[in-house]
Structures are given as C-alpha cells and as structure tokens.
Design a protein around this ligand. Structure first.
Ligand code: FES
Length: 148
C-alpha cells in the first residue's frame, strides 16, 4: 500500500506524520504524538469519544484518514484546555447549561469538551438547548448508560 507524509498543526504546533493511506488521524494523535484526549470508543464514528477540532469543526478522528489532515489545524481536548482562544469556554459552558456535562462519568469528557468548543467557536450565543444538540453525538462508552 502506498504511504503518505503529512504536515499539519496540532494544538498550535506543526507536526509531521506518515503512514499507509488508510492510517487514521486518531492513531497518529494517540500513538505518535502521545495525546490521550482523543479516546477510541466505537471506532465507527458513533460515540464521539475521539472528537477533535479539525479546522474549527468537531470531527471524529477515528473516521479521518491521515492524508486528509494535510495543512489542517487540529485541536485535541488537552490543546483546547490550554489554548488562549478557548479561555472563556469554561465560563461559557457554566452559563449555558452545565447540567448536560455533569451527568457524565468523565470518560467521554474530552469528546464533550471538543464538541462544545466547536459550538463555542461557531455560535458563541448558543443556549442550553443548542449545547444539548452539540452533545448529541457523544455517546456513553463507560457502560453506565448516561446519555444526553
Ligand atoms: S471512536 Fe470515533 S466516534 Fe467512536
């Protein structure tokens, strides 16, 4: 299988990665870059555990081939937590319906943070109902069954 070499930004830093054409972004983030934020749950685009901000949109990294990341800007949950652009995010979430976030066990928290960060960037006036919509793709993978 042919391989690709791709350069893109992760949490504000340029990185380079390579691999076969079918290598997934989540594998590069977790294996090469040792970023634990994007978790692998279903591996099929259904649980939202692997969400990353990809060019300012929340995207499932388990579905994204590495080659699609060329020149992209990617933020994982840990990058969002430390980025100045997201400094207002915690207060914004609190003011707009923290209850949706507090109902969860924590395993899906990184994916939820990414989903909310994507909403925050695209719609800073979003209200509680829109937060709940933004979290509708984040499914429970811990087994306790909590869902939005
Ligand atoms: S692991 Fe990517 S959506 Fe579930």
């Amino acid at each position: 299988m042919p391989s690709v070499r791709v350069r893109f930004r992760v949490n504000g830093e340029w990185v380079q990665a390579q691999g076969p054409l079918d290598r997934r972004l989540i594998d590069v983030l977790r294996q090469d870059l040792r970023l634990p934020g994007p978790l692998e749950g279903c591996g099929q685009g259904e649980c939202g555990s692997c969400l990353v901000l990809f060019n300012q949109k929340a995207v499932n990294a388990c579905l994204l081939p590495l080659f699609a990341a060329a020149d992209a800007e990617v933020f994982t949950a840990e990058g969002i937590a430390g980025a100045r652009a997201f400094a207002g995010l915690p207060g914004w979430i609190r003011r707009r319906g923290l209850a949706e976030v507090q109902r969860r066990c924590g395993r899906c928290a990184p994916g939820m943070l990414v989903a909310l960060a994507g909403l925050y960037l695209g719609n800073p006036e979003a209200e509680a109902e829109e937060l709940a919509d933004a979290l509708s793709g984040n499914r429970c993978t811990c087994g306790t069954g909590a869902r939005p």
